[in-house]
Structure formats: structure tokens, C-alpha cells
Design a protein around this ligand. Structure first.
Ligand code: C2E
Ligand code: MG
Ligand code: MG
Length: 768
């Protein structure tokens, strides 16, 4: 029964059976007509024979069977073809083939022996014809085909045995050959049928999966499908589209795609992406090419949005263009999210100015415009003066508020073409794209400096800051981004070094200075490691008695190839490089140790730079040095500068108080050169003021200098603060200062800074 089902799974076999039975069923009327026809021919051949009544009876049997079969076929002909068939169906077909073949086999087996030659011929022809025809008609069911042929063969064999003849034997041999061929063909037909059904099953399955997915897609996805014909007229669109647009089917189907979509003209500004309008869509469709993610600007619920369309062209069997099949989706939210992320990647969250990424991109653009159109531009780097103090004194909230206000001011100076970026805590960059000459940038810098000089009213109080600006102009100061940034930075550095709150242009000397700075920074680290620094000491004398009361320790560095380098040059470098505390620590230890061997009435003055003063280890370094060396703290004088006291923070005040608590003296160095706010003279109890040498230099020739020095001396007297004058080089200066009541004198006139071994002449009472 299962012949021809080899290698099939049960579900496949069921499908294959249904196809096979269906093929046999389709042949039923023809087979039945052949049966009835052949029976009639047989009846005609035996009409004069004595066997006629028997043959008639046989014919009636055959006809009844044929008519019944045909009637069954007739009743079921309109039923849809069955998709599967059980093995019972096959069994029934085999039984039926058996019954029919037995009837035909009986005809030849029973009547052949009694037939005359003519009748024999008819019987042989009908037997061979029927077995061949039946075999082929039943070929799709090998079991039935074989059964049919087998019984017919048995019938013929019986007939031959009853009436043997040579021709009969030959015919039988031929019959056997046909039978084998029929069986073979039947089996191979079944095989190809199985393969076809299998392929069909696979295709069906794939179709089922696809339709399942499509159904799911249509019902759940935000995407929608569309189909347009060769004239781009919409044929179909999925329900999601009608939901989205609120349109009816008749308003959509039958119209060109670009007319039914809610396109907006122009671009979708809010999303800043490259979207298209209806015209571009039409052009795209007319190209008859596949396309992906074609972004269309639409209007939904009164708001701009973006739909993304993808489609493939379809072609008919003649290869002619038959329209597009595509998918569309609303990507507004995704695009907005993307542009938000892109914005975030290029902007500073606090001020919403650009960040370094945007700066470097726009700098590249400006450089490419310079290359192509020779459009010169300049870059300005800003560093806020005293921002840190605002942050420390007023809190980070106030710092942020100030930065936002500054960003607003800077924005008001920028045109559409310029770029503004915040590139550090209090650092900003400005690409002045419209600067055709340096003068324009200088004017811009002046206006910005003036604007930022105004006091800012913050929620925590009023603050004053300033701004230092470095300017590099392209192409004079560089043709690539790195060079321009570096040069603007050097100019900024110069602006800060020149006293802040000013702008400086880059020039080549800055480059040289920067190279030297880099070299010195490197070398200074080595000098620290190899203890190549030394201390010199410069005496201060009592103006009235001329007795040495103090030595100022001044650090010295003699480089093997660069020679002696002034602390005025390398201390700021050490500050920037973050190693000033190490140098300062060494000076403190060394100074205290040496001073411990001096007479009790000689003090040592040690300079502290602002960075060093603000470093956390300062107090313990000083305390440690005093304890280790046993130096009386009142013999240690620490020189600080006014810049430390500007916008002071709690930290500076408490360190000062702690140091005073140790019993050390605090001197205010370079008095008169800084901001000289007199309020901090009242706020902090200084032990000494050191009048800067710039006032002393021309004290005997310039009345103004003299007036200032006189005023400082009087102030010191009134506040009971000792006053020293530095840089005294002449007897005249000395005498004048003594007359004006100056307490201490320091300068080349008394003695130059010298190594410890050379100052013993000033220390007559103790071995130095
Ligand atoms: P300063 O503290 O004001 O030191 C006085 C400077 O004036 C010294 O320069 C000194 O050599 C110079 N000077 C003294 N008398 C005269 C004079 O009669 N005429 C002239 N023309 N100059 C005179 P120096 O040694 O080059 O030091 C420069 C600055 O470097 C110092 O200014 C001080 O601020 C800083 N410095 C020096 N040593 C140290 C140190 O160990 N630590 C820190 N933080 N700073 C130091
Ligand atoms: Mg000093
Ligand atoms: Mg000084």
C-alpha cells in the first residue's frame, strides 16, 4: 500500500497520497467509459456465440460497476480537492483496481478457450489494451497499478495454459515486458510526484510563515505597506496608513503616491535632517529603482514629522515595470532622538554652547573655506580671570549661573557664521569666521573684555571677573587646526602673563617662548630629581642701625647649558607644571635648617607662590620644618603676594590663621604692584609690608613714587606694621627711606643674594 512513499514523513505521505488519488480520480470518467466501451466491443464480438448470454451477464456486471463508480465521481466532482488522504483511501483504490482487473481477467481466462480466432484476437487486444491503459491510468498508485496488471496477467496465463499457442506465448512475453515497464514508470512517476509535493509543501510553509508575519506586521507594527502601479498610482495600503492619516480608501487608492501622503513642502526644521518633499518622491519613483530610507517630510496632527519610505520596483512576466511595493514608517521620534543625541555630542550641557567636538568640526570647515575661497578667519581663546575664586567663594551653583550668563553675553557677539564653544571649566573658544583682518578680531576682543568687566549680579551676590583672550589668525598664524589652537593658546598665555583682562595676538616670539617653557619644564623636573637647585640669601638691614635683621632665601638654578635661570622665569613654570610645592618644600626645609644656625635675632624670609600656598601640604611642611630644625617660629617670615588675597576663599584665610597660630610671621611682598586693596590690610594682621622695588627705583627723582612710598610708610606706622623697601641700590635711596621712617632695607646696596658660604660677613656673632 505504501509503495512509492519511501522516504516521506507521514504528513508528506498524506499530501502525496491525496495528489495521487486525485490524479486517478480525474481519470475516472475516461476509465469508466473505456471499460464500458471495451465491454461493448467484446459483447459485439461474441454476439453469435453460444457464450453470448454469459458475456452479456459479464458486461452487465462491468457496466454496473462503471456506472456506480461514475455516479460517485459525479457526486463528488465539485468538492474541493482534498489536501491529505489516509492509507485507507489507497486501500480502497487498490481493492477497486483488484475487482475491476479480476472481472477483465475472468473474461480472458474463462472465454478465451471457447472463442474462435476472431474472438481470440479481440480478447487478446482488449486484455493487452486494458492492462496497459489501466496500468497507466492507475500509475500514480503503484499498488493499484501492479494489482491491476497482476490479475490481468494471471487471467492471460490461465487462458494460455488452457489453449497454448506460439503467438499466445509471444504475446505473454511482451505482456510481461510491458508490465515491468509500467511498474517502473509508475514508481518513478510517484517519485517525481513526491518531490514535487515536497517542494510544494516547503513553499506553502514559507508562504504561511510570510503571511503570518505580514499579518502580525499589519496589526502591530507602526509601519505600513503600500503598493503602487506603473503610473505610481496607489493600489493598496495597509490599515495603519488610514489610521495615521485619517483618510478613506477611496481618497487613497487610485491617486499618485505623492498626493496621498501628508507631505509638507520645505524641510522639517525641527528635526534638522535632510528630508524630502513630494517632488523629490515623485522623481524617486520615476527612476523605477529600488530605494531605502527615503525620508519624507510630513505633517501629522499639525506638527512636522518624518516618514521613511523603502520600496522595490516590480516587473511583470514580460519584464515590464509594474510599479513599486514598499514599506513606510514614522521615524519622527527616532530622528528627534537621534538629533538630540547628535546635539548632545556636540554641545556643552550647561551653556548649550558647542563643545570641543563642534569646535574642531567647525574649525575644519573654516579651514576648508580658507582653502577653497581664501576666506580668512581667526580663533579667539578665552580664559576667565578669577573664576575659580567665584566658584570657591560663592559655590558651584553660582559658578554655573555665572557661566550661563557669560555664554549669553558671548552669544550676543557671535553671528550665524561664527562658532562658540566652551572647552573647559572657564575656557571658551570663538571662531570669528567673518574676521577679514586682525583688526576686526581685536575690536571683538575689546568689546568682549569690556562686557565681561561689568559686575555680575548673581543670586548669591555680586561678582567681578575679567577675561584674558588669545587670538590666532588664519592663515598668517597657521593653516591647520592644531597650529591655530596652539598659537591662540600661546597668545592667551601671554595675555594672562601680561596681567590678565586683556587680549594678545599670537606672534613668533610667543612660539619661541613656548618652546623655551617646554624645555625649562622638562629640565626643571630633572633639576628637582638631581637636587640641582640651590639657595641664595639676601640680607635685610634695620634702616636705623644698619644691622642685619633678616635674610631672604631666593632659589637659584644654574643649568649646565642654559646657564643661570631666574626664579622669576622658572617659578611660574613650576606653578603651571604643578611642581612648585616640591620646590617650595625643599626651600622651606633647607632655609629653616640653615637659619637655625644663625644668631637668634636674625630671621629668614621665605617666598610662597600662590599655587604653593593653596596646596594642601603647605601647613604640615612648614610645621614639620620648624619641628625638625628647632627654629623659633617667630624667626620665620613667609612672603606672600597680593594676588593670593584677591577674591580670597575660606581656605586661604584658615591657612593664614593656622600659620599665624604656629607663631610665624607673614609679610606682604611686592606691595603696591597688585590690586592694593587696603581692605585686606585690616582683615589680615600682616607683620610686614615689602614695598615693591619699582617704587624705590626712582624714589629720589620721581615725586609720585616718593609720595606713594611715603603714604605706605605712614600707613604701616598707623597700622603698626613693619615696612621694608626692596631694590635699594643707592645711598640716596637708603637715606631718603630712612628719613621717611622705613623700618628695613633690602637691595644690592646692602648685599646681593649670595650662597650661604658668602654671607658670613653679615653674621659676625655666629658661625654661619
Ligand atoms: P622677590 O621675592 O620680590 O625677590 C626680590 C627679587 O629682587 C630677587 O630677584 C632679588 O634678587 C631682586 N633684588 C634684590 N635686590 C635688588 C636690587 O637692589 N636691585 C634689583 N634690580 N633687584 C634686586 P630673584 O632672586 O630673581 O627672584 C625673583 C622672584 O622670584 C622673587 O621676587 C620671588 O617672587 C621669586 N622667588 C625667588 N625665590 C623663590 C622661592 O624660593 N620660592 C618662591 N615661591 N618664589 C621665589
Ligand atoms: Mg620676596
Ligand atoms: Mg619682592
Amino acid at each position: 500500500m505504501r509503495l512509492g512513499e519511501h522516504g516521506l514523513s507521514e504528513s508528506e505521505a498524506e499530501r502525496v497520497r491525496a495528489v495521487r488519488l486525485g490524479a486517478v480520480l480525474r481519470n475516472t470518467p475516461w476509465m469508466m467509459a473505456a471499460n464500458v466501451g471495451n465491454a461493448a466491443v467484446t459483447l459485439a464480438a461474441f454476439r453469435d456465440s453460444t457464450l453470448f448470454p454469459w458475456i452479456t451477464l459479464w458486461t452487465i456486471f462491468v457496466s454496473i460497476l462503471a456506472v456506480m463508480t461514475s455516479l460517485t465521481w459525479w457526486r463528488t466532482r465539485d468538492r474541493p480537492a482534498r489536501q491529505t488522504a489516509s492509507i485507507r483511501g489507497v486501500r480502497k483504490a487498490v481493492l477497486y483496481a483488484g475487482v475491476l482487473s479480476v472481472l477483465w481477467a475472468m473474461l480472458v481466462a474463462v472465454f478465451y478457450f471457447h472463442a474462435d480466432e476472431h474472438q481470440k484476437l479481440v480478447l487478446v487486444a482488449i486484455t493487452v489494451g486494458m492492462s496497459g491503459g489501466g496500468g497507466f491510468a492507475l500509475a500514480t498508485i503503484p499498488a493499484a497499478s501492479i494489482t491491476f496488471g497482476l490479475f490481468m496477467g494471471i487471467g492471460s496465463a490461465v487462458a494460455l495454459t488452457a489453449a497454448p499457442s506460439l503467438i499466445g506465448i509471444n504475446l505473454f512475453i511482451l505482456y510481461v515486458i510491458y508490465f515491468v515497464i509500467i511498474v517502473r514508470s509508475s514508481l518513478s512517476l510517484c517519485q517525481s510526484l513526491s518531490a514535487r509535493v515536497r517542494a510544494q509543501l516547503a513553499a506553502d510553509e514559507q508562504r504561511d510563515v510570510i503571511s503570518l508575519l505580514l499579518n502580525d506586521f499589519e496589526q502591530n507594527a507602526s509601519d505600513w505597506l503600500w503598493a503602487a502601479d506603473e503610473n505610481h498610482i496607489v493600489q493598496r495600503a495597509s490599515s495603519r496608513f488610514f489610521e495615521l492619516t485619517g483618510k478613506r480608501v477611496e481618497d487613497v487608492c487610485g491617486h499618485p503616491l505623492w498626493q496621498v501622503l501628508p507631505c509638507r513642502d520645505g524641510d522639517c526644521r525641527t528635526t534638522r535632517s535632510n528630508t524630502n518633499g513630494p517632488l523629490a518622491l515623485r522623481e524617486q519613483l520615476e527612476r523605477r529603482e529600488p530605494f531605502r530610507d527615503f525620508e519624507l517630510c510630513v505633517e501629522q496632527n499639525g506638527k512636522p514629522g518624518i516618514w521613511s519610505l523603502s520600496a522595490k520596483p516590480v516587473f511583470d512576466e514580460k519584464g515590464l515595470f509594474a510599479g513599486h511595493r514598499g514599506v513606510a514608517r514614522d521615524v519622527t521620534a527616532a530622528r528627534e532622538a537621534r538629533s538630540r543625541i547628535e546635539h548632545m555630542a556636540r554641545h556643552d550641557p550647561l551653556t548649550d554652547l558647542g563643545n570641543r567636538v563642534l569646535l574642531s568640526e567647525n574649525l575644519d570647515h573654516a579651514l576648508s573655506r580658507l582653502g577653497h575661497f581664501n576666506e580668512s578667519f581667526s580663533i579667539l581663546l578665552f580664559d576667565l580671570d578669577r573664576f575659580k575664586q567665584v566658584n570657591d567663594a560663592h559655590g558651584h551653583g553660582a559658578g554655573d549661573e555665572l557661566l550661563e550668563r557669560i555664554a549669553g553675553i558671548l552669544r550676543s557677539f557671535a553671528t550665524e557664521l561664527d562658532t562658540l564653544a566652551r572647552i573647559g571649566g572657564d575656557e571658551f573658544a570663538f571662531i570669528h569666521a567673518t574676521a577679514r583682518d586682525p583688526k576686526a578680531s581685536a575690536e571683538l576682543a575689546e568689546r568682549i573684555i569690556a562686557a565681561l568687566q561689568e559686575p555680575f549680579q548673581l543670586s548669591t551676590g555680586t561678582v567681578r571677573i575679567g577675561v584674558s583672550i588669545g587670538i590666532a589668525c588664519a592663515p598668517i598664524d597657521g593653516r591647520d587646526a592644531d597650529a591655530l589652537m596652539r598659537n591662540a593658546d600661546l597668545a592667551l598665555y601671554r595675555a594672562k602673563a601680561d596681567g590678565r583682562n586683556r587680549y594678545r595676538f599670537f606672534d613668533l616670539s610667543l612660539d619661541r617662548a613656548a618652546r623655551r617653557r617646554n624645555l625649562l619644564e622638562q629640565e626643571l623636573r630633572n633639576a628637582l630629581a638631581t637636587e640641582a637647585l640651590t639657595l641664595h640669601f639676601q640680607p635685610l638691614v634695620n634702616a636705623q642701625t644698619g644691622k642685619v635683621v633678616c635674610f631672604e632665601a631666593l632659589v637659584r638654578w644654574t643649568h649646565p647649558t642654559l646657564g643661570s635661570i631666574s626664579p622669576a622665569e622658572f617659578i611660574p613654570i613650576a606653578e603651571d607644571a604643578g611642581i612648585v610645592s616640591q620646590i617650595g618644600g625643599w626651600v622651606i626645609r633647607q632655609g629653616c635648617q640653615i637659619a637655625a644656625g644663625w644668631p637668634q635675632d636674625v630671621r629668614i624670609a621665605i617666598n610662597l607662590s600662590p599655587r604653593q600656598f593653596n596646596s594642601p601640604g603647605l601647613f604640615s611642611a612648614i610645621k614639620g620644618a620648624i619641628e625638625e630644625t628647632g627654629l623659633d617660629p617667630s624667626r620665620l617670615e613667609l612672603e606672600i603676594t597680593e594676588s593670593l588675597l584677591l577674591n580670597t576663599t575660606g581656605a586661604v584665610e584658615s591657612t593664614l590663621a593656622a600659620l599665624k597660630g604656629l607663631g610665624v610671621r607673614i609679610a606682604l611682598d611686592d606691595f603696591g604692584t597688585g590690586y592694593s586693596s587696603l581692605s585686606y590690610l585690616r582683615k589680615y594682621r600682616f607683620d610686614k609690608l615689602k614695598i615693591d622695588q619699582s617704587f624705590i627705583r626712582d624714589i629720589d627723582s620721581d615725586a609720585d613714587s616718593r609720595a606713594i612710598v611715603d603714604a605706605i610708610l605712614r600707613l604701616g606706622r598707623d597700622l603698626r606694621i613693619s615696612v621694608a623697601a626692596e631694590g635699594v641700590e643707592t645711598e640716596g635711596q637708603y637715606n631718603l627711606l630712612r628719613e621717611l621712617g622705613c623700618n628695613e632695607i633690602q637691595g644690592y646696596l646692602i648685599g646681593r643674594p649670595q650662597p650661604h658660604g658668602a654671607i658670613t660677613q653679615f653674621l659676625p656673632e655666629a658661625a654661619a
